[in-house]
Write a new protein. Structure first.
Length: 275
């Protein structure tokens, strides 16, 4: 039996490659998450960039709680099963009236994972609308991997500025409109992207990448992940610890080493070595 999603919701995810909206936080809880994020940004003196965008759930206790949130994991379990690793997480923040965008791409392109039974849970800390640059998806585009090219465009929020090397008929695109505290699920091969934020407020989304424990990393780098539900009987990943305090020196050092490994995977084939 499904834990959170209806049979129709699961069927849509299988056939279209996405499902939304799923309420996982109250409006007040989402506002509190935004407040905590912005407190950290003020302490750091700038928005989260570089390695701080990669796996911040290893640095901040409240994000460690969020990637383990039962309302999120129940929905994720309905599509990938009960033994779940959090492989990565990252913020996709678009500042008010900014040029930042996400090109049309498939998540799986440079991740090096052994199979596409992988899901992203995209949690809105703010509303996500056409005006502030919500995610758009191409239904049914998750059947095959397509070729990508790297642009490293400075306004592109993706690690390599990657974009698919075929034309996308944007008339087929669906807007993923979310209220703060809602999330969407999308398949690792779903073609998606987003436009700039032309509104007067920032748009903040937290993307959590979940994989079944049977998935392996195919790159010649020993990868790591966080066990968030069930058991890991495969041992394909080094299991990551949960932070005991926010931005502790020990976890900052461990996180830097983990981020270096992630960079070697995500930037493979380029001359870049760090986020």
């Amino acid at each position: 039996m499904a834990k959170r999603l209806t049979a129709a919701a699961i069927q849509q995810y299988r056939e279209a490659g996405y499902y939304f909206p799923i309420r996982v936080l109250t409006t007040a809880e989402a506002a509190r998450c935004r407040e905590r994020l912005e407190t950290v940004e003020r302490e750091l003196g700038e928005p989260l960039r570089g390695i701080y965008r990669i796996k911040p759930h290893l640095l901040l206790t409240w994000l460690a709680d969020l990637v383990r949130h039962p309302a999120i994991l129940d929905a994720v379990e309905d599509v990938i099963g009960p033994d779940i690793l959090c492989w990565n997480s990252s913020f996709f923040t678009k500042e008010a009236s900014s040029a930042g965008y996400v090109s049309w791409h498939q998540d799986a392109t440079y991740w090096g994972l052994s199979e596409p039974d992988v899901v992203t849970a995209w949690v809105g800390f703010t509303d996500s609308t056409p005006r502030n640059g919500n995610m758009q998806v191409v239904p049914g585009s998750h059947r095959h991997q397509v070729r990508h090219v790297d642009t490293f465009h400075p306004d592109n929020l993706l690690s390599r500025g990657q974009e698919i090397a075929v034309d996308v008929d944007e008339r087929e695109a669906v807007d993923i409109v979310l209220a703060a505290g809602e999330m969407s699920l999308h398949h690792v091969l779903l073609v998606h992207g987003s436009r700039p934020n032309v509104s007067g407020d920032r748009r903040v989304g937290f993307a959590i990448r979940y994989v079944p424990t049977r998935v392996r990393q195919l790159a010649d780098v020993r990868d790591s992940a966080t066990l968030v539900r069930g058991r890991d009987t495969f041992g394909h990943f080094d299991l990551e610890p949960r932070p005991e305090t926010d931005l502790s020196p020990d976890m900052l050092a461990r996180h830097a080493e983990i981020s270096d490994r992630q960079a070697r995977i995500l930037y493979k084939g380029t001359d870049r070595t760090r986020f």
